[in-house]
Design a protein around this ligand. Structure first.
Ligand code: ZN
Length: 679
């Protein structure tokens, strides 16, 4: 069995019970349940593709019964869908539209919105009319791996008949929307006994009287096709193996930005996959002829573009000129494709960025490229699935998806085009930020500030539990790396984690530290040396390793240090802290000098008296008592007479990160302290 039937009567009843007392809500509850069963299996559906529906009867505001179609709304994924993700649309008006000969996509979306029972719902799927025109209570639509193999074979019809006889209808390729809905239902009406539909070059539909029946048909029919192609194991997506070629990823990231993107476009985020299966696929000798065939389902194209960046000669990795040629070649071909196809389009089209969205890098792996980690990961999943589909299809007659014109219509769909240029991307979109001491007060506050501005975050700290708590305050796509930053290889490993997760690095916030105290004459040698390890050498190793990656990427970047006012304004008994910190300040200046010509800016912050792991409330109380003043007075003992908080330090890091022409600078965040002023 390829995919398992996970339907469970007790669970289904649980969902029905939870949904409320109305039968319509109970049916919707069970619809949510089986939608999730489908969404949880990547081989059935991934990343917003596919959709499900149920038809129910509800009373309208006049107390009259009305048929309502609940169909998946945009922005929801089936694996996590809830009832509001299946907006209700009045069914009768939708059915009426079958009488029309033509309908634009804009009209279709507008009509669907006009008939929502809750005007605040998301847009119903573009495949809504197909669900509406079919008479069945439950309808399920997937883009499963086995059906995508079948749907793109040259003899798909013949094989489909061989597997299913005439129990499956076959619908020719038409772009999703009004025309496809009309055609599909016409074909269904020619033989109402069918139990599902194969949509050529697109996917699979099933239907049934109950949620269980429609879902069971998804599983049974998918397994039948899988058996025909001898597919035994489900896709194992996202596998990663150690590779000596890891540093090629930031190299390629930098070249893509340099060659295929404009100066102010966000940097691409890259997700690398290199399971044994993927690496084997990339050695397949048929790959070159497969690269320009297109993608397995029309909705993939929006994420992946129609073809990959394909590097098959491994010697090219050592040759910058050859690498550049690959990316230039991709961009040129993409622009030509746009020019060729946009001429044929009904309305004016605006070209999208000409960068590759996925790549086949022989002996390195498959990459997904996106404007953030979520997008890159979704694209990488589809890239892995598509590679798999192509290789298997070749054994059964060949992979022949939609033609270039149809692909262009999907990629440059008018409704997607209408979204372009609306809203500015967040300031740090596409940026990868590593923060040491990321689970601490200042580190986490800084992470939140960068994350809110669209950056992808890697938190580094020495306690996984605290890291998990910190991560829970960021987005699900931010990551952590647990290590003792004073260990010999931890800087290299932490930076490699950034490459694995995001494809490179743009900003290092070297923040971790501690503040040992003691008068120099009594200070144990070890205490001083330990302080140098954490407060200087860890900064040195992280910044040097970061600079190496930034140089490989060739797109500049930034190193930001959390120094301390102790570096310029010593406090009694704080020598073990101040000495390494003043050396770290010198390190900042030295790196600024040596890295300036690579466009890498190096700056620091001198903060003072911030409540944190360094300055605990007990410590604050002791200090305040020693001076015979209140805690509040102690904390606001500065020129502005206001307490300085972690968020002010975070703001300062953001400010420095934004100052394009500033390097070798120290910004003070201490509320004003004449003795600690730098310039
Ligand atoms: Zn579809």
């Amino acid at each position: 069995m390829f995919v398992k039937n996970n339907y469970n009567r007790t669970d289904a009843n649980g969902w029905r019970r939870k949904a409320g007392s109305l039968v319509a809500d109970k049916d919707l509850g069970e619809r949510v349940y089986t939608s999730r069963l489908i969404g949880l299996v990547p081989d059935l559906i991934m990343h917003g593709g596919g959709n499900t529906s149920v038809k129910v009867t509800r009373k309208n505001i006049f107390g009259k019964d009305e048929e309502i179609l609940h169909v998946k709304g945009s922005g929801w994924n089936l694996d996590t869908i809830e009832a509001p993700g299946l907006p209700g649309v009045r069914l009768n008006p939708l059915r009426e539209f079958r009488k029309l000969k033509k309908m634009t996509d804009e009209d279709m979306v507008n009509i669907q919105r006009n008939n929502l029972i809750d005007s605040g719902s998301p847009n119903p799927s573009v495949e809504t009319l197909l669900h509406a025109f079919l008479p069945h209570k439950f309808v399920d639509h997937t883009h499963s791996t086995p059906f995508l193999i079948l749907a793109n074979l040259p003899h798909a019809k013949k094989i489909c008949n061989e597997i299913f006889g005439n129990s499956l209808a076959i619908v020719p390729y038409i772009m999703p929307g009004f025309k496809l809905a009309k055609k599909a239902v016409e074909i269904y009406e020619e033989n109402r006994s069918v139990k599902g539909m194969l949509l050529l070059n697109h996917g699979h539909f099933t239907f049934g009287k109950t949620a269980e029946e429609s879902y069971r048909r998804v599983i049974e029919q998918t397994n039948k096709v899988a058996t025909f192609f001898s597919l035994k194991k489900e896709l194992e997506l996202g596998k990663r193996l150690p590779t000596k070629n890891l540093y090629m990823v930031p190299k390629i990231r930098g070249l893509i930005a340099d060659i295929a993107l404009k100066e102010n476009d966000p940097m691409p985020i890259i997700d690398l996959r290199n399971s044994k299966q993927v690496l084997n696929f990339l050695n397949n000798k048929n790959l070159t002829k497969l690269e320009n065939r297109g993608m397995a389902s029309p909705d993939h194209v929006i994420r992946t573009k129609g073809s990959p960046l394909h590097i098959k000669n491994t010697a090219d990795y050592q040759n910058e000129k050859a690498l550049k040629k690959h990316i230039e070649g991709f961009s040129d071909r993409y622009i030509k494709y746009f020019n060729r196809q946009s001429k044929k389009a009904d309305e004016k089209k605006s070209i999208l960025t000409a960068d590759p969205k996925h790549g086949w890098l022989r002996s390195i792996g498959v990459i997904g490229v996106g404007k953030n980690a979520k997008e890159a990961s979704a694209t990488a999943d589809l890239a892995e699935q598509n590679l798999h589909i192509r290789i298997i299809s070749e054994k059964f007659g060949g992979f022949y998806p939609i033609k270039e014109k149809d692909m262009f219509d999907c990629e440059y769909w008018s409704l997607e085009q209408a979204k372009l240029g609306k809203g500015k991307p967040p300031a740090f979109e596409g940026k990868v930020v590593i923060i040491t001491g990321g689970a601490g007060t200042i580190g986490l506050e800084t992470a939140k500030a960068f994350s809110q501005l669209g950056a992808n975050i890697l938190l580094v700290d020495n306690n996984q539990k605290l890291l998990d708590i910190a991560l829970s305050k960021l987005t699900p796509w931010d990551k952590s790396f647990c290590c003792d930053i004073t260990d010999k290889n931890s800087a290299k490993k932490a930076l490699e984690a950034a490459i694995w997760n995001f494809g490179g690095l743009d900003i290092l916030v070297s923040n971790a530290g501690n503040a040992p105290s003691g008068y120099l004459l009594n200070l144990p040698n070890k205490k001083l040396r330990d302080s140098f390890e954490l407060n200087f050498f860890a900064h040195q190793s992280f910044s040097v390793e970061a600079a190496k990656i930034l140089e490989i990427q060739g797109r500049g970047g930034q190193i930001l240090f959390n120094i301390s006012k102790q570096a310029v304004n010593p406090g009694k008994g704080m020598g073990a802290y101040g000495m390494p910190k003043s050396t770290t300040m010198f390190l900042m200046r030295q790196l600024a000098l040596e890295l300036g010509s690579s466009g890498i800016r190096v700056n620091g912050i001198n903060a003072d008296r911030i409540r944190s792991g360094l300055l605990t409330s007990d410590f604050i109380k002791t200090r305040a008592r020693a001076r015979d003043i209140s805690v509040q007075k102690y904390m606001s003992g500065n020129l502005l007479e206001k307490e300085v908080e972690a968020r002010h330090v975070a703001d300062a890091f953001i400010a420095l990160a934004n100052l394009d022409r500033t390097t070798g600078h120290v910004l003070t965040v201490d509320g004003g302290n004449t003795a600690a002023e730098l310039r």
